[in-house]
Structures are given as structure tokens and as C-alpha cells.
Design a binder for this molecule. Structure first.
Ligand SMILES: Nc1ncnc2c1ncn2[C@@H]1O[C@H](COP(=O)(O)OP(=O)(O)O)[C@@H](O)[C@H]1O
Ligand SMILES: [Mg+2]
Length: 337
């Protein structure tokens, strides 16, 4: 198993609001290893972005605050860092790519100059920044970088803007890049190109990537390991194979049944998961998924399931994994031998 560069242990993050506390992240633990692509998947509102932003302390604090846990980056707890230490990590050791590149690009500045500025920020001599900016534009697959350099953000397509954002994130050669739904606003062909670019960069540079998405298709294409989140918690985590072929949590299985697949029979219907996610102002005391789970037992409403370790890589939080629970078959489709 390769070296871990990031480790979240039981992170609890909430927001104080006039209506009460929003328990956005409720005890999340996972690790990111060197050179891997880790996916975080789950429906909207399950706490993916708050978790991701907590890693760089990008959630507004206040109203947000950590109620507990630790976030160890190369052994140092990010939750305990002061602003100066955080500035040394943000955009340097850890890069961040958001869904909407427009919110991060300066609309009044040529994109090439924006890349140059980041190089200047890292101490690159002025005489070298032009050539370095053009090189990094080539690295992220921008053809004709000299022309693109001179353009303003509004002159670029969504996919091109996202390439610029990736270039900016790469300037400091971060060991980790956090991508929060980076392709959600792009059409599918452009999305595929951006995902391929991320794969290629991991290959070339060995960068670890956290890919946040609500889309299992993105996970399948990109990720080595996956964390499935539900109601501010981890429901299941494992390798992509575990998640797709040895599904252990009914929520994961529900997600799998709700996506269209290329190998589906024409007449096969998609079944969305019925019901709504839990109210994070007053999360249920048992399993957060119990109210929507077709296998829920009375224990599920009363007590939180503890972690069950299935294999070295695969674990889940579900009472069905208890020795006394009935056997159910969650696997959506068995792999051909
Ligand atoms: N600044 C904030 N103030 C109050 N609640 C917030 C804030 N940001 C996020 N939340 C709440 O935290 C929960 C998790 O949100 P988020 O992490 O953005 O979900 P996801 O990214 O999985 O769609 C949601 O209930 C959301 O409303
Ligand atoms: Mg989000």
C-alpha cells in the first residue's frame, strides 16, 4: 500500500445558523494515498463539498466550525494550523478546482497573465514566466497556447476555462488536487476530455487527486478508490471494483440502480432512490439511510451502525453486515467470469 498523504479522522463540521446547527459533516474518515485518484460520491447535500473545503479550511468559519476530528496532511493537523500555515498549503501543496471556473478566474485579465501571476507568486523570475506559462498550457492540452494566452475568460469555452484552472492549480506542482464537480457544467464530450487529462496528469506527475462528484460514471472512469457519502457520513468505502461489483451498502446499491448503463437492456427501467435525504438540522439517531432503505430493520432506526471491515480496502456502516442480520443480495449485476 503506498504512502498516505492525507488522512481525515472523524471530522465533524457544522454551521451555526439562525435556525440551529447544520450538521454538515458528521464524523468522516478516509485517507488519500500518493498518486491515487480517490472519488467522493453521493447525492446533492450529503456533505461532499463541505468535507472537501474543510481540507483547505475554505468553509466560512464562522458560521462554520470544527466540532472534532483531525485532518493530517503529511502528518500535520490542518485543523490546528494558523492562517500563515494555511496560506503555505493552499494553492501550493494542495490545489483546488471548482465546478464553475468563472468564479475563480479574473474576468478582466488575460488568462495567460493569470497563469504568469501564479508563477510570480511562487518566486519564478519574471524573465521565465512567459515560457513557463506557455509550457504549462501545453501540458494541460491547450493547442495554440500563444493565441489562448492573450484571451480573456469570456472568450473561452467552459472546457478551455477548466483547462486554464487545472494549469493554474499545477503551477506549484501540488502533491494533491481536490476537484469539486469540475465537469458538472460541461457537456459529455468535453467532460470526457477533462477526465482523460486528469488521468494523464496523474500518470505524468504522480499527483494525488480527490474527485468529488454525484456521478458514478465519473467514478468508474477515473477513480482507484471511492468514498460513498450519505447524510454527512461515510456509508461505504472501497476500491472502485468493490463499490461497483461487491456493493455492501443499500445506499450504494440504490445509486447504482439509478444510473443509466451502456450494457443495459432497452426495456430495463431506472429506479431512482425514493424519499429525501435526512434533515441535517436534526439528523436521525440511527442509520441516516434507514428511512429510505428497503432492507431497514428496527435496529437501523435506533442505533447508528458501526464500521464493518469487509476486506483490507472495503468497509461499510450498515447493520446488514451484522452476523445476525438477514442475507440480502445488493450486487446490481454480477461480473462476467
Ligand atoms: N455556509 C453554509 N451555511 C450553512 N449550511 C451550509 C453551508 N454550506 C453548506 N451547508 C450545508 O451543508 C450541507 C452539505 O452541503 P454540501 O457539502 O455543499 O453538499 P454536497 O456538496 O454533497 O452537495 C447541506 O445541508 C448544506 O445546506
Ligand atoms: Mg457540492
Amino acid at each position: 500500500m503506498s504512502e498516505k498523504i492525507l488522512e481525515l479522522n472523524n471530522v465533524v463540521f457544522s454551521f451555526k445558523t439562525y435556525a440551529g446547527l447544520v450538521h454538515a459533516v458528521r464524523g468522516v474518515s478516509f485517507e488519500v494515498r500518493k498518486g491515487e485518484i480517490l472519488g467522493i460520491v453521493g447525492e446533492s447535500g450529503c456533505g461532499k463539498s463541505v468535507t472537501a473545503q474543510s481540507i483547505l479550511r475554505l468553509n466560512p468559519e464562522p458560521p462554520g466550525f470544527f466540532e472534532g476530528g483531525e485532518i493530517l496532511f503529511k502528518g500535520q493537523d490542518i485543523i490546528k494550523m494558523n492562517n500563515k500555515q494555511l496560506r503555505n498549503i493552499r494553492g501550493k501543496d494542495i490545489g483546488f478546482i471548482f465546478q464553475d471556473p468563472m468564479t475563480s478566474l479574473n474576468p478582466t485579465m488575460r488568462v495567460g497573465e493569470q497563469i504568469e501571476e501564479v508563477f510570480i507568486g511562487t518566486g519564478t523570475p519574471k524573465a521565465e514566466v512567459r515560457i513557463k506559462a506557455l509550457n504549462i498550457m501545453r501540458l494541460v492540452g491547450i493547442n495554440d497556447p500563444e493565441r489562448r494566452f492573450m484571451q480573456y475568460p469570456h472568450e473561452l469555452s467552459g472546457g478551455m476555462k477548466q483547462r486554464i484552472m487545472i494549469a493554474i492549480a499545477l503551477v506549484s506542482r501540488p502533491s494533491l488536487i481536490i476537484c469539486d464537480e469540475p465537469t458538472t457544467s460541461l457537456d459529455v464530450t468535453i467532460e470526457a476530455q477533462i477526465l482523460d487529462l486528469l488521468l494523464e496528469l496523474r500518470e505524468k506527475l504522480g499527483t494525488s487527486i480527490i474527485m468529488i462528484t454525484h456521478d458514478l460514471g465519473v467514478i468508474a472512469r477515473l477513480c482507484d478508490r471511492v468514498v460513498v457519502m450519505y447524510g454527512g457520513k461515510v456509508a461505504e468505502q472501497g476500491t472502485s471494483e468493490d463499490i461497483f461489483f461487491d456493493t455492501a451498502h443499500p445506499y450504494t446499491s440504490g445509486l447504482l440502480k439509478s444510473i443509466a448503463r451502456l450494457d443495459m437492456e432497452r426495456n430495463q427501467v431506472l429506479t431512482p432512490i425514493e424519499g429525501t435525504p435526512p434533515d441535517l438540522f436534526a439528523p436521525p439517531k440511527g442509520c441516516p439511510f434507514a428511512a429510505r432503505c428497503e432492507y431497514a430493520m428496527s435496529v437501523c432506526y435506533e442505533y447508528e451502525p458501526s464500521k464493518t471491515t469487509l476486506t483490507e480496502e472495503h468497509s461499510t456502516y450498515c447493520w446488514l453486515q451484522h452476523d445476525l442480520a438477514p442475507e440480502v443480495d445488493l450486487i446490481v449485476e454480477k461480473r462476467e467470469a
